[in-house]
Design a protein around this ligand. Structure first.
Ligand SMILES: [Zn+2]
Length: 89
């Protein structure tokens, strides 16, 4: 089965954009992955078929309200990760 969680795509596409607003937060790959995991665990998964046309169809359907929800969860995750980074420095 070619299934993918659409939320993963959205979170990954927004994470850099949101991190720019938090210059004090570490931008390394470890922290970025932690932020993505925390955000995704609080967002409802949205599974899509990875067949090309369907991805675009689903993207059209995604509303700006779910975008705002994604940004909100990323911001919360950044707060948690910047207070408890899993590495020194
Ligand atoms: Zn880091």
């Amino acid at each position: 089965m070619d299934l993918q969680n659409y939320m993963e795509i959205v979170v990954q596409s927004k994470i850099d954009q949101v991190l720019k607003m938090f210059p004090k937060c570490c931008h390394c790959d470890v922290c970025k992955r932690d932020i993505a995991i925390l955000a995704l665990n609080h967002l409802p998964p949205k599974y899509i078929s990875t067949e090309k046309g369907k991805i675009f169809m689903q993207m059209e359907e995604s509303s700006s309200t779910s975008d705002a929800m994604v940004v909100q969860e990323i911001v919360k995750a950044i707060g948690i990760v910047s207070e408890h980074p899993r590495h020194d420095g």
